[in-house]
Design a protein around this ligand. Sequence first.
Ligand SMILES: C[S@@+](CC[C@H](N)C(=O)[O-])C[C@H]1O[C@@H](n2cnc3c(N)ncnc32)[C@H](O)[C@@H]1O
Length: 300
Amino acid sequence: MALAAGLLLCTLATAPLPAHAQERFSLYVPSPQSVAEAMAKMAGVGKSDVVVDLGSGDGRIVTTAARLHGARGFGVDINPELVELANSLAKRSGVGDRVSFSLQNVFDADLRKATVVNMYLFPELMRMLRPKLLADLQPGTRIVSHDFSFGSWEPDEQITFFAPDKFGGAGADARISLWIVPARIQGNWNWSLPVGGQAMSYASIIEQHFQVGEGIVRVGNRRGLFTDLKLRGDQLSFGLRITLDPGVMVVHEFRGTVKGDAIEGMVRVTPDGGKTVELPWRASRSNGTTYFQPTGLAAK
Ligand SMILES: C[S@@+](CC[C@H](N)C(=O)[O-])C[C@H]1O[C@@H](n2cnc3c(N)ncnc32)[C@H](O)[C@@H]1O
């Protein structure tokens, strides 16, 4: 009996507590209209977009995107009165057939169809949402935030301007940040290219921190570092200068589209003193890598 009670206490002490809505809550402060318009502009919202506002308040962010740019969209909010108000204001603005607002916690929202996600939420909430956004959103989806940020995930673009209509007309600076959801490029990538009439096998390793990456490659017993690696959504580009057998420095400029475990694109190859050729480039990601093989003690 005592053992059973002890076990129960132990289980209660270690079981994770369920998260309550209150712990994941941010207060209602509307973005001024000038900020709603600047957010849509920064995301480059257009007719084909599905615009979402996480914590949608009176719906002005999504309604503005629909009214000014022809987008569709939806918002979720934890406050039922604001949800009702947002739906009635959208109807009054003539966009009630293209936007809707629902009573839901942002952490439960289905974001699979979103192409633009907006938020004006406390920074703790944004950090808590970060893994969900990275898991649920397609590469290339734009995320726009009013004032707050995602910690070490740096924005791709940011502006600050004075909004005279902020805080009920008191006026204050508004900071708007844009993130482009990056494709996942971390891992081992392999490809081959015909260089100087010979098929060369490239074994590379890419490490990734959000939209920032670093890469190293091995071709036979030669090696080189990627330069100027850029990732915007699913668009990847980088350079590589490497000496290839029989001892010719070759400059490469890669650019391609990341499609899951493949990258498809083109590479411009310029051997030292030779002509530039443009070749199709297809890399595939693998679990293992031949980068480190063979090893051993015979260093030359
Ligand atoms: C700062 S207001 C922003 C309103 C609107 N996005 C805007 O920019 O005008 C934050 C909104 O998020 C809602 N909210 C806070 N925590 C939430 C949660 N966990 N789930 C859903 N909505 C939430 C609040 O009710 C409030 O309407």
